[in-house]
Design a protein around this ligand. Structure first.
Ligand SMILES: NC(=O)c1ccc[n+]([C@@H]2O[C@H](COP(=O)([O-])OP(=O)(O)OC[C@H]3O[C@@H](n4cnc5c(N)ncnc54)[C@H](O)[C@@H]3O)[C@@H](O)[C@H]2O)c1
Ligand SMILES: [Zn+2]
Length: 410
């Protein structure tokens, strides 16, 4: 899968400086116009067993720049992934020996604690930056990060700021990171009580999605990651939504084949959006892929990250889908099908934090502030048809929340 992104810039070009007319000085006011277009290309590979000696995916990625090898690679491994795969670090060493022409370990792999905690403090970013300095990593070396979306975000931020950006190869190990966060162009850590407050837009050098790592992912994490596939189906692809409904039983049971299709289609739709939306670095006020996310981000922080990101997104989508129906955008009965799919996949539609309605509603202002400009929320006018509004009716948001409350339904 290949993504192309072009940075949108105003349509003007640098003009040559004219010599001043003789006898006169330079005019006091002037403007020198600048235009820069930067193209990024990166591939998202799907494989199984990336560190088996005969698997050439990683070695080929490292050699992709046609530079003279071996390429120095600084490896970061999530502690939980190392614990789930006790042979992993020795497999990485053996892989480097087997592909010595392309791959040289710049230092012993760093084992780092992942999960949201990795993003809640600046220590990990500082530690990775210091290690990249100690290992003499330059802009033609690589950082290879093996772990979930949270670790990818923190290590990605460190890699993007060392030498103003060293090459980052992501090897995401969760469903969410393989189908959404790991294939995108952003990184961040949390700061000042705000999610993703410090971060950069930095496309990866490459992404390697290894299906094998998903075998040890706890079921709760696997299910949570599927939420982003429902999201992208709802706003972009009715056919995919139908496929998800037909396969919800296999998916909730952890069928590996069904899960692979879900991940690839979801990753493809995310890449297509980033590559073709015209705003990959989010200069505008809209973030169409963030359907259900205004409430989700708020619920994550209100629950101290007890709710997984995907779980919070499921609840946020339930609210915004019901809202779309209550506001008359969505045909009556459509919301029932959406909520049914989320439920069938094993995703939550309710959390007790929703009882603090005023606190939840503050999520709308936080969402606006994160993007800047005008509030822009994606809603649905049909399955596969997201559209944007700039105002949310608080009474209808409260009614949508009430409809999800099991205590009111009883
Ligand atoms: N950069 C972006 O564009 C973007 C987009 C969406 C989400 N995100 C971020 O991604 C993060 C969530 O990522 P996530 O859902 O991958 O969660 P996560 O990184 O917190 O991982 C979830 C849990 O699974 C464990 N784990 C990871 N891989 C495993 C494996 N193979 N086997 C066993 N356990 C494993 C981790 O240790 C952790 O406990 C959030 O911080 C969210 O903000 C970023
Ligand atoms: Zn998300």
């Amino acid at each position: 899968m290949e993504s192309q992104a072009t940075l949108a810039v105003p349509d003007h070009a640098a003009e040559p400086l004219k010599a001043p007319p003789s006898g006169h000085g330079m005019p006091p006011d002037a403007v020198l116009r600048q235009r820069i277009a930067v193209e990024y290309r990166y591939d998202v590979h799907f494989t199984h067993g990336a560190f088996a000696a005969e698997n050439r995916t990683l070695a080929d990625v490292l050699a992709q720049d046609h530079g003279t090898g071996p390429h120095r690679v600084y490896v970061v491994v999530e502690e939980q992934v190392r614990d789930s795969w006790p042979g992993l670090v020795s497999d990485i060493r053996a892989y480097a020996r087997a592909h010595a022409a392309q791959f040289s370990l710049a230092a012993d792999p760093l084992i780092a604690r992942g999960g949201e905690e990795a993003k809640n403090r600046p220590e990990l970013v500082a530690q990775v930056q210091a290690s990249l300095n100690d290992a003499g990593i330059d802009r033609h070396s690589y950082v290879l990060c093996i772990g979930g979306g949270a670790l990818q975000d923190a290590v990605g931020f460190a890699a993007a700021t060392a030498h103003r950006g060293v090459r980052m190869v992501r090897l995401p190990t969760t469903v969410l990171a393989q189908n959404d966060s790991g294939v995108g162009v952003k990184n961040a850590i949390n700061a000042f009580g705000k999610k993703n407050f410090l971060g950069t837009f930095a496309p990866p050098f490459a992404v390697i999605n290894d299906a094998r790592f998903l075998e040890t992912l706890p079921p709760r994490e696997r299910v949570a990651g599927m939420s982003e596939a429902v999201k992208v189906a709802l706003i972009r692809d009715a056919e995919f939504f139908g496929w998800l409904r037909r396969n919800s039983r296999a998916l909730s049971a952890g069928d590996a084949g069904a899960l692979q299709y879900l991940i690839r289609r979801c990753a493809e739709l995310h890449l297509r959006h980033i590559g073709t939306s015209g705003d990959p670095f989010e200069f505008g006020s809209a973030r169409p892929l963030d359907f259900g996310h205004w409430a989700a981000h708020r619920l994550e922080s209100m629950t101290g990250y007890r709710l997984r990101h995907g779980e919070a997104v499921a609840i946020g989508m339930a609210i915004d889908t019901l809202y779309s129906e209550l506001a008359g955008y969505l045909a009556p009965g459509t919301a029932g099908a959406v909520l049914g799919l989320l439920r069938d996949l094993g995703l939550p539609l309710w959390d007790e934090a929703l009882r603090e309605e005023d606190a939840v509603l503050r999520g709308l202002e936080e969402f606006r502030e994160h993007l800047g400009g005008e509030l822009t929320v994606t809603l649905l006018r049909g399955i596969g048809q997201g559209f944007e509004v700039h105002r949310m009716d608080e009474r209808l948001v409260r009614r949508a929340i009430h409809q999800l409350d099991p205590a009111r339904a009883a």
